[in-house]
Design a protein around this ligand. Sequence first.
Ligand code: SF4
Length: 454
Amino acid sequence: MDRNLRAIDFAPLCLWYRGCARALPWRADTEPYHVWVSEVMLQQTRIETVIPYYARFLEALPTIESLAACPEDRLLKLWEGLGYYSRARNLRRAAQQIVAEYGGVFPHEPLQIRALPGIGEYTAGAVASICFGLPEPAVDGNVLRIAARLLELREPVTESRTKRKVTKMLRTVYMGCDAEAGAWVAPKPLCRDMPAKTGDNAKKLRLRVVRFMIKHHNTAKCRKSWHGKAVLYKRATLNRKKIAKTSYLPGVLTQALMELGETVCLPGAQPRCDLCPLHAECLAFANGTAGELPLRAPQRKKREAEITVLLLIARAAGAEKEDAAVNSAKTQGAERIAIRKRPNTGLLAGLWEFPNTEGALTQKQASAFAKSLGVRPVSVRKGSSHIHTFTHIKWKMRSYEIECEAPIENELPIDREAPECDRDETTESTTLLWVEPEALRRDHALPTAFRKLL
Ligand code: SF4
C-alpha cells in the first residue's frame, strides 16, 4: 500500500456532512449518555430499527443513574427485538460502574471509557470524539470500506491486522498531522490548567509533539503528559491553515465518515460516487474498482440446528377456539401460554422462550415432549416454521401448537424421568410459567426467534 489516509484532505467531507447530514435523534446533542446508548444500539442493527427503540429507551431510562438502577427484566423488555441482548446487560453494568466510580458522570479519558463493560474500541472512539472532541477514530465496517476504497486496499478488511493499520492511519488524520489536511485544534477541556511554554520553533515543536502523541497515545505514559502535549500542539498549529478549524473537529470527522458509509459509499456494487465529496481523492473511483472492494476473508459456515418449539396453550374450561382468520395471533382466545426462562449464560441468556428442544420432532414426539414437561395435551397440530440466524448458528425452527388441559399451576416442575425426548441441560430451565398473551406482550422479553412463531 503506497498511499496513506494522511495524504487525503477530509475537509470537504466534513463540510459535506455539515450540509447534508440526516437529522437523527442521537445527533440532537452530544450528551455522552445519548451517544453511547445510540452507538451500542446501532451495533449490528439498522438505523430505521433503532430509532423507535432509542426514543423509548431514553424515555424510560433518561439518565445513567436510572439505567444503573433498572431491573434486568425491565431492561430486557425495553431491548426486546433488538437482539444481541448482552449489549443491554453491558450497558447496565457500565452504568453501574459509572455511578460507583465517577459519581454518575461519564468519564472523559479514552482509557477510562474503554475500560467500561461492553465498550470496545469503536464505541470508545465514537463517544470520545463526538462528545469530548478527542482525536480518537471510530473504525467500523463502514469506515473500513471507505478506507479500502480510498486507498484501493487489497487486504481483507475482516482481518484485525488491516483494521489496526487503518486505525493507525486514521489516528494521524485525527491528530491533524498532515500539513495539507488542515489543523486540528485541541478542544478547551484538554488545555485546562496547563502551563504555557514559549520559545520553541513552531515547526520542530509540532513534529516532535505529533510523533510523541502517535507513539504514546493511549498508553499510561501518555496519560500524564497528554494535556501538556495537546496545549503545545495547539500553540504550534494555531497559525496554520484555518479552513478546517471548525469543520475538522474530531467528532465531525467521525460522524461524517459514518454518514458517508451509510448513505453514499454503500457496500457491494452500490457506491454513489457521483455524490461523494471524496471522489477526487478516491483511487477505487479513479480505477473503477469500487464495486470489488473491500476484500473480505471467506466466512466460516454457520452451524445449523433443528429446533422444535412447543406452543403450549391452555384455555379456560368451555372456552371456544376462535377463528384463526379473525385472530392475527394464534394465541388469541387462549387463556394462557407456557414460557420458561433460559439459563443465565449462553445464547439468549436470561430471556424467556417457549419450551423447545434440539431436533426435528414428529407430532407424536412433540406430544411426548409436552407430557415430559408436566402437561396433559388434548390436541396437537403443526404450527409455523422459520429459520433464524444468529452470529454463529442458524436455527431451523418448527413449532407445534398443543392445547392442554386445565387446570394449570404456574411453575410446574419438569418431569425429569420422562422418556422419549433428549434434553439438553444447558439450554432448558426447570419451570414453566403460564401467562396470558397480553401479559406476554407487555411484561416478558421474548426473543424474535420465538416471537415469530406466534
Ligand atoms: Fe466510496 Fe465512491 Fe466515495 Fe470512493 S468515490 S469513497 S468508492 S463513494
